[in-house]
Design a protein around this ligand. Structure first.
Ligand SMILES: [Zn+2]
Ligand SMILES: [Zn+2]
Length: 287
């Protein structure tokens, strides 16, 4: 019998919530070995700065501290920061002009790419498209920022976590075109919070996907998607007012063990998804 280990391939932590050290402690207790920590929008970090690049720099510093704390608590950690599509809407609503938001978003991902290059970050995320109705120009801004992130993936070997609309194959096919135009390596691109339909198409085309750690979503993905290209995520946001709103990282472990007991998945498949795939995509040192 192999020792079961678990990874959370996309999660957030906040210094105003449990924080990365406590999250890592609870996750390790259940068998967690690896976590990809993705920066939240800057207003989650309690920084005192007007909307603009300084706000991002300050929030980024706090986020990098969170990554360090998770590492010190004994997890292997990948650390990613980007410009979430929802940030476009929030900044425009706060009074910034669309052209200002575009240039800020590009500056932010340019900065994140430099940190990838220097090894402080492993990748850029989240970038992508809004999954809800918004103004067309805001969608265009988010898509342009995403294109820039893909160019950086090509130039600096950054990972990219894409937050997209989950409309099935078309979500993957439209992104594939962008990836090709940017000449970004597919092996570095991940569709986060993917439905089984998106994950299936992504895997067929050599892209990665993370599946939300909900029981039904994992049941479908484990049986229908190509498990050589999927990982599991909590997308935990560490908001004390909304505890475990997507999933808590330790819950995704409990649920995978339930699926194992129910015979939906076997140990070999769990090992592939939680260890082999993480080592491949994140280039993490094996446990
Ligand atoms: Zn997301
Ligand atoms: Zn997320």
């Amino acid at each position: 019998m192999v020792k079961l280990l678990f990874a959370d391939a996309h999660a957030h932590s906040s210094p105003t919530g449990l924080g990365a050290a406590e999250i890592a402690r609870r996750f390790r207790e259940k068998g967690g070995w690896f976590m990809a920590l993705v920066m939240l929008p800057p207003w989650h970090y309690g920084v005192d700065a007007p909307p603009g690049i300084e706000m991002y720099f300050k929030a980024l510093e706090r986020f990098l501290t969170e990554c360090r704390r998770a590492r010190e608590a004994g997890l292997r950690v990948a650390c990613l920061a980007g410009f979430h599509p929802a940030e476009v809407d929030r900044l425009v609503s706060a009074g910034m002009k669309p052209e200002e938001v575009l240039s800020l978003g590009l500056r932010v991902v340019d900065h994140m790419a430099q940190l990838c290059r220097s090894g402080m970050l492993d990748g850029i995320g989240e970038v992508g498209r809004q999954h809800y109705k918004t103004m067309p120009e805001r969608l265009a801004i988010a898509a342009t920022v995403t294109t820039r992130a893909l160019e950086h993936a090509r130039d600096y070997d950054c990972l990219v976590h894409l937050h997209l609309e989950n409309a099935g194959p078309v979500t993957v096919d439209t992104t594939e075109k962008l990836v090709e135009l940017a000449s970004a390596p597919r092996s570095r691109v991940l569709f986060h919070h993917a439905s089984t339909r998106v994950a299936k198409r992504a895997g067929e085309k050599g892209f990665w996907a993370t599946i939300p750690g909900k029981k039904e979503a994992m049941r479908r993905a484990f049986t229908e998607a190509n498990t050589d290209y999927i990982m599991i995520e909590s997308d935990y946001i560490d908001d004390p007012k909304r505890p475990c709103v997507s999933s808590c990282p330790w819950e995704i472990i409990d649920r995978q063990l339930e699926l194992l007991r129910e015979g939906v998945v076997d140990e070999e498949k769990l090992y592939r998804v939680n260890v082999d795939n993480v080592v491949k995509f994140y280039r993490a040192e094996p446990p």
